[in-house]
Design a protein around this ligand. Structure first.
Ligand code: SAM
Length: 268
């Protein structure tokens, strides 16, 4: 169990992504030149997980330098695309083809019901302790019936150590209650990543008013030889590294978690 608050995680991850922005872009030039959902190089141009974005208001969560939003802006000129990210050094590398805001997923600086579609390709969600809080904030800015698509680390990955080779094939860690943190010599948090189990995801979508309409576990392509951190052809052939959820915001909001406390004694 951890006791890391959302603000502490955001502060640490903002610092970390600022300091890693150059190295990240140098390490993944091919991935960052178009809209790929994940290290398995699933392209939105082929997957069409967001559907036709003509005339749609689209929000990217944790956009980094925005290769995905740039692709949308070029492919669907009539769409309104906005991205946001917590790291100024990631955002400042964006192409300028869409507005990129500096913001935390816990406090999105947009009006309620202002977007039709929201999505994230490994942005923000792996780095927050509580999915429900963040998904409720996304639900606030989406119109009812709006679409949300999120790609993130597959929950089963946490049982393995982060090695791309045979060492990463041995299950050594508990699936439950995990997080990974780095601190400096003074004990100050520098990086925080959180395990969200499959139940965490499904329950959080439900609590925030979304219904899950589809799930994708991208397979490793035969011709993809790239190793990216712990992602590798060896592991990719055996188990998934990414899960992508396609969800829709219900027309009716779910009951507030505090609703029952407001009812008078004896009320149903
Ligand atoms: C793996 S990168 C993905 C970025 C982009 N989708 C890409 O493929 O380059 C993760 C991004 O999430 C951002 N991030 C982390 N925590 C966040 C938060 N609480 N709110 C918004 N963005 C966050 C980081 O700054 C980083 O740019």
């Amino acid at each position: 169990m951890h006791n890391i608050s959302a603000d502490d995680a955001s502060q640490a991850n903002r610092r970390w992504w600022n300091s890693d922005a150059d190295a990240y872009h140098e390490a993944h030039p091919e991935y960052l030149q178009s809209f790929f959902w994940c290290p398995e190089m699933l392209a939105e141009a082929e997957a069409h997980l967001l559907g036709d974005l003509k005339d749609k208001r689209v929000l990217e969560i944790g956009c980094g330098s925005g290769p995905c939003s740039s692709w949308i802006a070029e492919t669907f000129p009539s769409a309104t695309v906005i991205g946001f990210d917590i790291s100024a050094d990631m955002v400042r590398r964006s192409s300028g083809t869409f507005p990129a805001l500096l913001a935390d997923v816990h406090r999105i600086p947009l009006a309620a019901n202002s977007m039709d579609v929201a999505f994230s390709a490994f942005g923000a969600f792996p780095f927050i302790p509580d999915l429900t809080v963040a998904l409720r904030e996304v639900a606030r800015v989406l119109r009812s019936g709006g679409t949300l698509v999120i790609a993130a680390n597959h929950p089963m990955r946490w049982i393995f150590e982060d090695f791309p080779d045979e060492r990463g094939l041995i299950a050594t860690n508990s699936y439950f209650e995990q997080h990974y943190v780095e601190s400096d010599e003074h004990g100050e948090l520098q990086y925080a990543e959180f395990q969200h189990t499959m139940a965490d995801w499904i329950n959080a979508f439900h609590a925030a008013g979304f219904s899950i309409e589809g799930m994708t576990e991208p397979t490793w392509p035969e011709d993809l030889t790239t190793t990216w951190g712990q992602w590798s052809p060896l592991r990719g052939k055996i188990f998934p590294g990414t899960v992508i959820f396609q969800a829709r915001l219900s027309e009716q909001l779910p009951p507030s978690p505090h609703q029952h406390r407001l009812q008078p004694p004896g009320a149903q």
